[in-house]
Design a protein. Sequence first.
Length: 268
Amino acid sequence: MHRKSAFVDTFLHQMINSTRIHVKIAEKYRARARLLELIENARTDFGAKQPFALLFAKRKSFSAPDVPHVYRQCSHFRYLCGVDRPGFRLLVGPKESVLFYAPQTTQQILWDGASPSSDQLKSASGVDKILPLDEFDPYMAGTVQDGLLGLELRSLMDHAVEEPELKKVWQMIADGAWTHVELGEHVDTLRWRKSDAEKALMRRTCAIGGEALNAMLRSTSLLCSLFMILPYFTLMIVLLFLFFSIIRLWGVCIGGLSVVSLSFMCVG
């Protein structure tokens, strides 16, 4: 049991350390710029409108009121800014990209740990500004004016359940102030072609998986051999049992015949 735990710990340590192949900031810039081009080209019927993209970090889910699930970030959000925490929003615009965040409470810091600082977030994500969520509505109203807004409506509606202020975004789209472009397919188009850093990450991940599989096979080779031998050993035991049972039955039959013959001879 101790050996298995040590192997798992080693594997997880290798996975965490070796998958920290950070995508270069320049690649994030190119991905965000290319995304705006795709949004702009998707709705040429509306003339020269400025394109924007709005993405939401995945919300934390719970199996019980105080028992959170393991957090898994929205892959599109992580792809475009690299942030792997809940409570963030990303607005990509033609002039600047802005990351909005919800300040942590004392309890959140106690349970989840402190979030990276604004400087750390900016250097890791490559965005131009880091703003608190309180400034989201004023910024959107002043910046996204009669523009093309790329976002996933389903994600917007899911987040609006817990964040009612997002209903204003839906209302602006419904009123025609912002022209909506569904975002998911365009991010998928971006991700079809992998960058050099992503290729390196995929190669390293496959190498770790292969190493883990080989280590597992080496550690279980004896057990596999026992499982291969066990059916033959069981069959041999059954055959021996049948053989001795037949011999015993044969002996009983022979003994019975001898007694009958002897009794007939005595009578004669």
